[in-house]
Write a new protein. Structure first.
Lengths: 86, 440
């Protein structure tokens, strides 16, 4: 597994757990399991809060910098084209 | 020109047909490891559940039809390696085969649960139709089953097994069903309907081993043993990419093959399509892997047209999805609250509880629509729904709304069909948008 694959896999998993915990708390539900191992604690108690503190523009730049299909040539959305058909 | 396709699923067969359409004189060859091509694997749970009479109904075309259309399908044939420099592939039993254009459509696998006992008999990964036919006979003898994680197909299998009167225990480390995709209040009716079907649901629990002598007898979990003669592996999809990786074709952070809008890979004259690729998300630009069969087919068509010398572009995805779960239909588009919060997006939600027909018309069903919008641009960024009917059409519609950048103000004033038998006076999408606008 490449570093970026490892990073994506872990960050996605633990950011989802963090999100589930906050939503569960707000709705009075049982959330995900509390972090137990050192790995769980790092990602849930250090990585996730730090990630949330970063402005979206920084997160977006970081995501954009990771190699992937999103860095290839894709059509941009064209929101301005919505004018009457005739 | 010789166009070789590796993989006979929705992407592979879509690519083969499109390549032939774009280049009628081309020689189009498809290699598949399986006995069949062109069937609907997503239909397998419904045959197991006896909602569909026969596996034969799932086939879209016969082998003879492919012969007649001029597509040369090599069944039960393994492609062992790709040499992108020499433009050849190594095929078991055939040796070196040349290509002018290659399309990789090797699909997906279930993620390995990564626990002991993974090689025991009695572990069923729902995917291949021939194996499904064999497993269907096993289900006649099965008394107790464990569902390992609540992926899409596993959700459908939960209901299917209860229809067969098999005792079901669902073990999932998440806090609610499909917790990596669906919001808790959206999926709650499904959880309740499984409760009514006597499904033993163990949320926040994890399988630690499969045990038995030769064949499964019980599943060990963090919260104790569960007796079972069958386990359905419902873990998430991972791309099936050893072939591409070994050939030096670039993979992205999801493990999927990196492609552009033409489905062109990093190697010259090599295209890829379907679940072995990753595609950027239209709202966030984050690459996604493991989409639906309709995405795979459309990507295959794009790859096939371009491989055949034509011109077609695929677009970033907004991922409309839907499914039957218990007695309910679930669906959505793009982000839900769980996924938007995980990525750290700013959003506002609006929810409406409505009905699918006039309140007095027979067969009227409840429906809940939850919309998410960006508070600055006021554009829709996602939606989730649960209801008795009409989910698929709304998910498709909301997907186009998200893609075209329509604001929630426009959605709040949308027109809608009113006809007692097919639609209520108030469209729940419009009411959800009105509720959302009132919060902005």
């Amino acid at each position: 597994m490449s570093f970026t694959h490892w990073l994506r896999s872990n960050s996605e998993h633990y950011l989802l757990q963090d999100s589930q915990a906050r939503i569960a708390k707000a709705q009075g539900l049982d959330g995900p399991r509390a972090p137990k191992s050192l790995k769980d604690r790092f990602w849930r108690q250090i990585f996730a809060p730090v990630y949330r503190l970063l402005p979206w523009s920084v997160r977006k730049r970081t995501i954009q910098a990771i190699p992937g299909s999103h860095r290839q040539d894709w059509p941009e959305p064209n929101y301005e084209s919505r004018k009457p058909a005739i | 020109m010789k166009i070789v396709v590796v993989g006979g699923g929705a992407a592979g067969l879509g690519a083969a047909g499109a390549a032939q359409g774009a280049s009628p004189d081309a020689e189009v060859v498809v290699y598949t490891e399986f006995e069949d091509v062109a069937y609907s694997p997503c239909g397998i749970p419904f045959v197991h559940g006896k909602d569909i009479e026969s596996f034969d109904n799932l086939f879209l075309a016969t082998k003879e039809q492919y012969v007649e259309s001029g597509i040369d399908v090599h069944y039960e044939t393994t492609v062992e390696s790709i040499d992108t420099g020499a433009k050849t592939i190594q095929v078991a039993g055939e040796g070196t085969v040349t290509y002018d254009r290659l399309i990789i459509a090797t699909g997906w696998l279930y993620a390995d649960p990564g626990v002991p006992g993974g090689d025991l008999g009695g572990l069923y990964r729902v995917k291949d139709i021939r194996r499904a036919m064999e497993w269907d006979k096993v289900l006649d003898q099965t008394k107790k089953a464990v569902i390992v994680e609540s992926g899409f197909i596993a959700m459908e299998m939960t209901t299917a097994l209860r229809h067969r009167d098999i005792e079901v225990t669902l073990v999932d480390p998440g806090p609610w069903p499909m917790s990596d995709v669906a919001d808790p209040e959206i999926v709650e009716p499904v959880r309740k309907s499984w409760e009514e079907l006597n499904v033993d649901m163990q949320w926040g629990n994890k399988v630690t081993a499969f045990r038995g002598s030769g064949s499964l007898t019980h599943v060990e979990t963090e919260q104790g043993d569960v007796e079972a003669d069958l386990a359905i592996i419902g873990t998430h999809k991972v791309p099936n990419n050893p072939l591409a990786k070994d050939a030096g074709i670039k993979l992205g952070s999801t493990g999927g093959i990196i492609v552009d809008a033409h489905m062109q890979t990093s190697a010259p004259d090599v295209f890829a399509a379907g679940d072995c690729t990753e595609i950027p998300h239209g709202v966030s630009n984050v690459p996604l892997q493991g989409l639906s069969g309709s995405h795979a087919y459309a990507q295959g068509k794009t790859a096939g047209v371009n491989a055949g010398g034509g011109e077609r572009q695929y677009r970033p995805v907004y991922v409309p999805w839907g499914m039957l779960a218990g007695e309910w239909m679930l669906g959505g588009v793009s982000f839900g609250e769980t996924t938007a919060s995980a990525l750290g997006l700013e959003f506002v939600t609006g929810t409406a509880n409505g009905i699918t027909r006039a309140r007095y018309y027979p067969g009227v069903k409840p429906i809940t629509v939850k919309l998410l919008a960006d508070p600055k641009s006021r554009r829709l960024i996602g939606a989730q729904m649960v209801g008795g009917e009409g989910i698929k059409e709304r998910a498709d519609f909301l997907s186009m709304m998200t893609r075209t950048g329509i604001t929630v103000d426009e959605i709040a004033t949308m027109e809608n069909v009113y006809s007692p038998a097919i639609g209520a006076l108030n469209e729940p999408i419009a009411v959800a948008a009105q509720n959302l606008v009132s919060k902005l």
